[in-house]
Design a binder for this molecule. Sequence first.
Ligand code: FAD
Length: 395
Amino acid sequence: MSTRYVQSVAEIAVVGAGIAGLASAVALTQRGHSVTVIEERTDTTSGAGISIWPNALAALDQLGLGDQVRAAGGRITAGAMRWKDGTWLRRPSGERIVTALGEPLVVLQRVALRDILAGALTPGTLVDGVAVRGLSTTATGVRLHLTDSSTRAADAVVGADGTHSVVARHLNGPLPHRYAGYTAWRGASSLAIDADLAGETLAPGAEVGHVPMGPDQTYWFATERAAEGATAPQGELSYLRAMLANWAEPIPEMLAATDPAGVLRNDLYDRATARFWAAGPVVLVGDAAHPMRPHLGQGGCQALEDAAVLGAFVELAVDLPSAFAAFATFRRRRVRGIVAESRFIGRVVNLPAVLSGLASRATVVLPEFVVTRHLASIAAGSAFALPKRNDAQRA
Ligand SMILES: Cc1cc2nc3c(=O)[nH]c(=O)nc-3n(C[C@H](O)[C@H](O)[C@H](O)COP(=O)(O)OP(=O)(O)OC[C@H]3O[C@@H](n4cnc5c(N)ncnc54)[C@H](O)[C@@H]3O)c2cc1C
């Protein structure tokens, strides 16, 4: 086994400056490595919010950034579930959720999270406006081929380039993705909603999520079955205002107080989890390794767990390839069930109308403690696990 990397500073290229790429860059920089993040876009801001569950706050604590994230957003105990007419389907006690999860979750602007992660990097780490179009492994590491026709040598590469990842395809060959059959809108409203309503409102074949984002704003999302690539000719927000006009408060008011310019619409796709997450000096993190539907609000949270765990393995293992292999084995176990469950929820909520209505109402028969215990197994601070020395030796 090579010991080329032991105790030495490696040049590591991270492909992609999303949550996974920035957080991984922080973790690797903290271990003394020289990191460059290559990002194809020059503007990665998005108006949407994001929920950061306690498992990801625990991962952020490992990066020394947990308290900054806690301070940058609203702290909530989500979990309310209502029918579109306002009938309660599930109304968990906030106290019970906090006890189960360890602390409230945080909802903040994506741009605020991005700024906190990027702010923890050494100036000059991020190189943007150029994409990686391919990579080849060499005797001493990896050569990245960039869209400006230049190449860049690195000792190791972290593929954090999302669902359409070039790095994941380098390791796995083609990874087709398929339209999931429904679309998602996201936005921020200047209406502050009642904290007890943090959660979801459902109807046959549609759902709306609404969570306070700080004292003055509400982050919301909506999903609906729709043809792939469809757009609303009258404007996305006008379409939603009309579609959800008869839903229970705060939904119509919340949409009335939303700026149309900040509304995002994204069709949702399924792409299989990559079979190979690591090979030699190349590793995948975040959506590049394990894309998931957004229903558990865990895609970004798992990317943060990836980053903290990757950093820990880099510290524990004898060299980077061993760290990457051990990371892949360790993280695959945790992520597998979360990917499957996110897909299952998406299928149920977005089934054809009658079936979806029945299935959503059927979940109510589950006792509260079963639901809370299950949620805790995914999203509690204690659900985040760091590797031990044995885990690094097992790979
Ligand atoms: C509607 C919706 C709601 C969601 N809500 C939540 C939530 O509340 N909580 C949560 O935790 N998660 C949520 N998620 C999931 C979360 O957004 C993703 O899982 C997360 O953003 C993935 O981060 P990433 O860094 O792995 O990938 P990405 O965010 O896709 O970042 C990849 C980056 O790589 C860059 N890139 C791509 N290819 C190249 C290349 N070849 N060269 C250079 N750069 C490249 C891209 O420009 C991009 O900046 C939601 C997702 C959706 C769709």
